[in-house]
Design a protein around this ligand. Structure first.
Ligand code: NIG
Ligand code: FE
Length: 399
């Protein structure tokens, strides 16, 4: 496929350019300025971008889109003033989703989750991480991870799977948190690894959930199986999750709404990606993570959706991009880099999130626009003209 008349190929220095994608390998094979545009190969599809931008498709490195039903009842509790933690203490929250998931057959869970995967793909996401963590029993965690595997096979997005058995203490272990952690380490992790179901391991390391010591125990149990850590940290408190995550070579530490300068400094010196989830801050009314400070300190920063039924019921990465600008005070280009290249780094996908020769041809061709800033500025106006994944057109939009 040859795409011509591109206003700018983000983030190359090519303005008014062309790009060639190969549907067989799924890669970008050439690009350049329009005065060097080659003749199409016989039978090659030519796409006229009409002065639209070519952007890498979004890389959403933190989601929980495999869940059953909905938690709209808690939405009312929230409106009436209950906090996320109060809802969780009443047996709502994650445990509520675990009960729903337990009662939902695997094929139904798959259908519901696949619909969400398709929804976010058509909003421009080309690579996505999906976590377990609403199972909280061996059987139900495996059920979730198998559903993620089926989604991976069904969609043209790149899908990475994360085992989050330690999202909350399963009901059977109520009041016995350490016993549950031991169960995660001794029973769940080996079973997940035996089926090759997870790329990463995650722990909700925060006040009222799991301690840094328990997080370390779980990361160490998963390491021999090649499951690298991605840790929930500093959402509810300065939890120690950043420190223990960095120490164990975490690919990313995520949330960071309460992160302070020492955590930022530590991340800046490490290869761990600082992943921030402004959709959760928006939905729960929490502080926004210090994205700008982190970038200025030299951290690698990703912005992700955290799409889940409790704290961020949206996987719209364009909205995340807009929140990055409006609430976190990043420039449109900085925030775009965080929802593409940053997310790719947080999923350990070095050939994603950038448009360059040899990288994955996951491309959003935008409508003709006067400036890139229009996308996060006019943040509900449709902006995609064509979505290309793996060098193939997935959808043409009537925008
Ligand atoms: O990333 N913080 C922990 N886990 C999710 C929320 C899960 C839920 O409430 O269902 C999050 O925000
Ligand atoms: Fe999360």
């Amino acid at each position: 496929m040859l795409i011509v008349n591109i206003k700018e190929i983000f983030s190359s220095d090519i303005a008014d350019g062309w790009l060639r994608a190969d549907g067989a390998t799924g890669l970008i094979i050439a690009m350049g300025p329009m005065d060097t545009v080659p003749a199409p190969e016989p039978g090659e599809e030519v796409v006229d971008a009409r002065g639209g931008y070519a952007l890498p498709s979004f890389c959403d490195s933190h989601t929980h889109i495999v869940y059953a039903g909905s938690r709209h009842g808690e939405f009312l509790d929230k409106i009436n003033g209950l906090s996320y933690e109060e809802i969780a203490r009443r047996g709502g929250g994650i445990l509520n989703s675990a009960d729903l998931l337990h009662d939902t057959p695997e094929d139904e869970l798959y259908e519901q989750s696949l619909a969400r995967a398709r929804e976010v793909m058509l909003k421009g996401t080309g690579a996505i991480e999906i976590k377990s963590g609403y199972g909280l029993t061996l059987e139900d965690e495996l059920k979730m991870l198998r559903v993620i595997r089926c989604i991976r096979r069904a969609v043209p997005m790149t899908v990475r799977a994360t085992f989050l058995g330690a999202h909350a203490v399963g009901r059977a272990f109520a009041g016995r948190r350490q016993d549950y952690v031991d169960h995660v380490c001794r029973e769940m992790i080996p079973a997940v690894a035996a089926e090759g179901l997870a790329d990463f391991v995650d722990v909700f390391c925060d006040r009222g959930f799991f301690t840094p010591a328990q997080t370390a125990q779980i990361m160490e149990a998963a390491a021999p199986y090649g499951m690298r850590p991605k840790i929930h940290a500093n959402e509810l408190d300065v939890s120690g999750g950043v420190e223990v995550g960095v120490e164990h070579g975490a690919v990313s530490v995520d949330h960071l709404e309460r992160a302070e300068q020492p955590q930022i400094d530590l991340l800046a010196k490490s290869a761990t990606v600082a992943t921030m989830l402004p959709g959760a801050s928006f939905f729960l009314g929490m502080p926004y993570a210090p994205a700008r400070k982190a970038l200025e300190a030299g951290c690698r920063v990703a912005l992700a959706s955290d799409y889940n039924p409790g704290s961020s019921p949206s996987g719209d990465m364009r909205f995340v991009w807009a929140l990055g600008c409006i609430k976190m005070k990043l420039t449109p280009r900085q925030a775009l880099d965080c929802v593409t290249r940053g997310g790719a780094m947080a999923m350990d996908l070095p050939d994603h999130g950038v448009l360059a020769v040899g990288t994955r041809a996951n491309i959003i061709v935008t409508c003709p626009l006067p400036s890139l800033s229009v996308i996060p500025y006019q943040y509900t106006t449709p902006f995609i003209s064509r979505l290309i994944l793996g060098g193939k057109t997935i959808k043409e939009y009537e925008n």
